[in-house]
Design a protein around this ligand. Structure first.
Ligand SMILES: Cc1cc2nc3c(=O)[nH]c(=O)nc-3n(C[C@H](O)[C@H](O)[C@H](O)COP(=O)(O)OP(=O)(O)OC[C@H]3O[C@@H](n4cnc5c(N)ncnc54)[C@H](O)[C@@H]3O)c2cc1C
Length: 364
């Protein structure tokens, strides 16, 4: 019998599994489909900088605590799996969607108040840093510490490192019910077996609400579709992440470039739509005119696990001794995966924390 069963093998489940396995726990991960092929695969891999010294709100603290874990996390995964996650400090620039100087100044001030390196740059400096950008953008915020990870590679590295550490995997095994004895969950049921364990974690992404409903726990996690486009643009017209409100361009070192993304409340529907893809390609071409002639490679979409606050539910399920949740990371699950793994490991292993993160544990 495993110590811990994780229900959902996206970046959150795999990161928790890896972290627990490094501490000697025996872990099994169930997924209703293949591992790491949902939102975690679909994402853009942006890792926004943070600084624990200046972070005050739950969002900035989670981001900051995760940000400082990333370099070591990526290095350990590379060492254990032999797979390079592509984690890199590529830098980034934020631009205002309405090109207003006050918006841009507010974004810079927010990052600076967190202790994150953020430099307000005028149009001349923007042109020097990014000569291929359309001249119409006035000013921006330069964030030299912005990072990225190649999320499909991250997922492969997590899977390989988990296998090496003895984690067991069951693909094509949806959790369809739980068994109880008073306030303890004793087993989770899939169509083919009943799996007993000491502790259980629901980390089923956009599906977490329905999984937890099986134990009468109500959380608000809903799918939010994000469509994304991949172009090949050689030579790359930018090496930095460019963000304009909810739209962005993420260049990859291999000459590819992502343009994302939409936020659509259309249920569990992953189709790409002509309108959204045209809009994203239009956005890319407006920001960097040379992209109009770049090679279109493909497009896809993913279902983000949306929560009412945009922050995840992390903690023990009320009225249960041994059922936990780590779900609802919305637009930030890749970025927040290391800190989520560390926090869940502490909770599950009953460890005390040298970080005062207890106010971040948002129990449903
Ligand atoms: C277009 C797009 C761009 C994004 N860009 C970024 C970004 O730049 N940076 C960032 O940090 N985040 C980004 N995100 C968000 C990020 O991808 C998510 O927050 C993150 O992947 C959530 O991880 P997860 O493991 O909770 O969910 P998922 O990856 O969706 O994994 C959940 C898993 O649970 C399984 N499951 C569901 N129900 C059951 C069941 N009953 N039994 C067993 N298994 C089950 C599913 O099959 C799935 O494999 C982006 C998302 C999208 C769609």
């Amino acid at each position: 019998m495993p110590d811990i069963v994780l229900i959902g093998g996206g970046v959150i489940g795999l990161s928790i599994a890896y972290e627990l396995a490094t501490r000697g726990a025996s872990v099994r991960v169930l997924d209703q489909g293949p591992f790491g092929q949902e939102s975690s695969w679909a994402g853009a891999g942006m890792i926004t900088p943070g600084n624990p010294l200046g972070a005050k709100s739950p969002e900035t603290r989670l981001r900051a605590e995760s940000f400082v874990l990333w370099p070591d996390w990526a290095a350990r995964l590379r060492e254990e799996s032999g797979i390079d996650t592509g984690f890199s400090r590529c830098g980034g620039i934020e631009l205002s969607p309405d090109r207003s100087a006050s918006n841009i100044a507010a974004i810079a001030a927010q990052f600076q108040s967190e202790g994150v390196r953020a430099e307000l740059i005028d149009s001349r400096e923007l042109r020097t840093l990014e000569p291929n950008l359309t001249p119409e953008h006035g000013a921006g915020v330069h964030l030299p510490d912005y990072c990225q990870v190649r999320n499909p590679r991250l997922l492969k590295a997590l899977l390989a490192a988990c296998v090496t550490r003895g984690v067991e995997f069951s693909a094509g095994s949806p959790a369809i019910g739980f068994e109880h004895s008073s306030s303890r969950v004793t087993a989770v049921r899939s169509p083919t077996e009943t799996i007993s364990a000491r502790q259980f974690v629901v980390c089923s992404g956009a599906w977490s609400q329905s999984v937890l409903a099986q134990v009468g726990c109500s959380i608000q996690v809903a799918p939010v579709r994000g469509q994304i486009v991949l172009l090949e643009a050689l030579p790359l017209p930018t090496r930095r992440i460019l963000e304009v409100g909810k739209r962005y361009i993420v260049p990859r070192a291999d000459g590819r470039l992502l343009i994302g993304s939409t936020e659509e409340h259309v249920g569990f529907e992953k189709r790409n739509t002509a309108e959204a893809i045209a809009e994203l390609i239009g956005f890319g071409g407006e920001l960097i005119p040379s992209l109009k002639t770049a090679r279109f490679e493909r497009c896809w979409s993913g279902l983000r696990p949306g929560s009412p606050t945009g922050l995840p539910y992390l903690g023990r399920v009320p009225n249960s001794d041994n059922l936990f949740v780590a779900a609802g990371h919305f637009r930030a699950g890749l970025m927040l995966s290391p800190i989520t793994a560390v926090l869940l490991r502490r909770l599950l292993m009953g460890e005390t924390s040298n970080l005062t993160l207890s106010d971040l544990l948002l129990a449903p």
